[in-house]
Structure formats: C-alpha cells, structure tokens
Design a protein around this ligand. Sequence first.
Ligand code: SF4
Ligand code: F3S
Length: 392
Amino acid sequence: MPEVYNPQLGRKQSYPYEHRQQERDWHWGMVINTNRCINCNTCSFACKSTWTSGKGEEYMWWMNVETEPYGGYPMGWDMRLLDDLGAEETIFEAAEQGEKVKGYVAQKEEWEYPALGDDSVHGEYPEDEVVESDPEKGKYHDIWQFYLPRLCNHCKNPACLAACPRKAIYKRSEDGIVLLDQERCRGYRKCVKACPYHKPMYNPETGVSEKPVGCFPRIEEGNVPRCVSSCIGKTRLHGNINRGPKAGHPNGKKSAAKGRSPINYLAKSDEKVALPLYPQFGTRPQVFYMPPYHVPPEFLTQMFTPNTEQKRNDWPGSTYEESVKIIQQRVRNPSHHLLGVLQLFGATTRLIETYNVKENRVKGWDRKGKKVVDMPIEEDIEVREGEKWTNQ
Ligand code: SF4
Ligand code: F3S
C-alpha cells in the first residue's frame, strides 16, 4: 500500500489512494468546544429533520451526542476497535489479507439505543459526603462526565472511500466534503464496516448506503451547517481548516482581513487547543474538539491524541498527556486573543473565512470579503451602588 504523511500522527502511514492527498486551498473543518455542550441534541434533531427523516433512515443519526465515558452510538463503537488495534497501527495498517481497512459492522441491536449511557458519570458518590474538587489535584474532578457531539469528520484519509470496491464514495475537490454516489452504490457495505466513526449507514428500504453530506448545499451558499447554526450552546465554529496565517485577502478584497481562519488558529496554527478524535485510527479527521477542562487528562489523552511514547515538536508539551494539560489550562484561562475567537462561535450563520482581533473587538469576514461579525470581546461590567452581598 502507498504511504502518505499524517501530521496528526507525526509519521508516514499507509493509505490506498495517495493521489487523493493533495492539500486543497479550502477544506471543510469544524471545532467543537465540549465545555459548552449541554446534551440538548438540538444539533441532532436539526440534522435528522434536514437529512434523514425518510423510510429506512429511522436509525440514522448522522449527528449524535454521547455522554463520555459510557455512552456510544452504535454501542461501544470506539472500544471495540481500539482493543483490536495494535499499539502503533492505523486501521489501514491493521487490515486483514484481502481488505483495505480493518473495521467492524455493528449489529442491529447495537443501533437500538442512541441515548444509552446518557448522563452516567465516572466514579462513585461517597455516601453522606459532599463532593468537592480538590484544588491540589489541579481542579480535575473525581466524579465526571462530558458530552461528545459526533458527526462525519470529512477525513483527509477517508476509510469509507478507501474501502468501497465500486468507487462510489469521493472527496470533492472544491471543499474536501466526502460524498456517496447512491447511483453507483450497490449496497456492498464495505464503507459501513470501514468507517471507524460509524457514519455511513445502510438503508434496508433502498438497498444502498447513505453517509453524512457536510451540509454541502449550505456551504456552497456561504452558510454554516445546520448543526452549527442551530446549536444553542454556541459550541461550534465551522470553516476552512486549511486557511493558514500566510493566506492573502479573501477574494483579493483589501477591506477584509488577511490570514488564517479562526478554526485554523484553534486547531492548527497557533493555540492548538482543539484536537482530533482518535487520530490513531489514521483517517485524519477534520472535526476538532476543545477538551473539557475538568476531566482527568489521562482519559482525554487516550481519546484525543495518538497516545504513544513518541514526542511531538508541533504541539505544546513534551508528552501527549502534558500537551492535554497545557491545552486544558489555555481553555480554562483563555488569552485575550483566544477569548475573541471564542466569541465567534455561534455569532453568525455565515461562514467566517478570516478574522481579526484588535484591542477589545473581534471581526470576521466571509469568503467574498464581506464583514459578517463585529463585536466586543469583553463587555463593560457595571457595579451597582448598594449593599454588598456576602454569604455570612
Ligand atoms: Fe468517511 Fe467515516 Fe471519515 Fe466520514 S468519518 S469521511 S464516513 S471515514
Ligand atoms: Fe460502496 Fe458502501 Fe455502496 S462500500 S457499494 S458505497 S454500500
């Protein structure tokens, strides 16, 4: 199998279609701040009512929210594959003879409980005691859970695409969105088996498979996907993950900011506070998560980093666990610039191509160079005269 460089692993890995790897100027990407998610599933219903409300699609939740550490849809989707993978192997390197990808087809009963494990916590409440977090432990909680919104990652090494013998799945050159051509599909379900995130799903009514479409009609019009615009917790930011610091003015318009997109700033070029989910699978997912800051870093390290002994020089810290701790501190106590970028989450339904932070204002421009956000970073706080509140 040919080899491609995977920056999320810091090494080369095998992938069947190396010629599909050219970096595009514009690539679909998303950052999700897990600290803001309240498991309301507004995103899940917005997606379902838009895309999967037909016959045979009843079990299809292209967007779902799971409670970590015990939730999962389909049930146990991540642990099964992680247990089967060798310590330093991607799903492509671990493929059995005659297969392109190592995968698993979830059984009918594993798709029956989308909300299994909701709100279950890790750890036990001590009887007759008040639970307090110990500041000595760096504010990590003994008893914890958090919500993980899950969707198709529009991977740069898509396993679904690699596995389909009909070549019915393709990655669009204009924005990297991975689509399934239902006219070509013959229902072989290799894609269903191969995607480690379990997002392509078979429709028993039509006899062909379906997969998430990245809300491409909205992207083409310069709008963010439905799960992003509907999110009441303002957990998400969507845009061009490839737009780095050296890019010029969007569309050549001088009025707009030069340089990177806000999601590039968060996940790739500067703060690096947003991490891919299970990068060890080797698909280069393009949804990035800002990890919860109250959860012990050991758990997050195995979930959002390749979790190897190997050191990385493009992330903060000398070990992966250390990098997660640094990221948690950055998210808990954001710099003024990061605070500005966090204000862009949920600020507009237009897709923000570039942004700029100057003094107390953050501004954002769309792909045509039109200003779509202009807001203060910190509001003035007015302290009213009167009695001071005490807890005495
Ligand atoms: Fe394909 Fe799965 Fe990656 Fe989506 S998350 S592009 S379905 S491998
Ligand atoms: Fe290919 Fe998946 Fe259809 S493997 S033939 S796209 S079911």
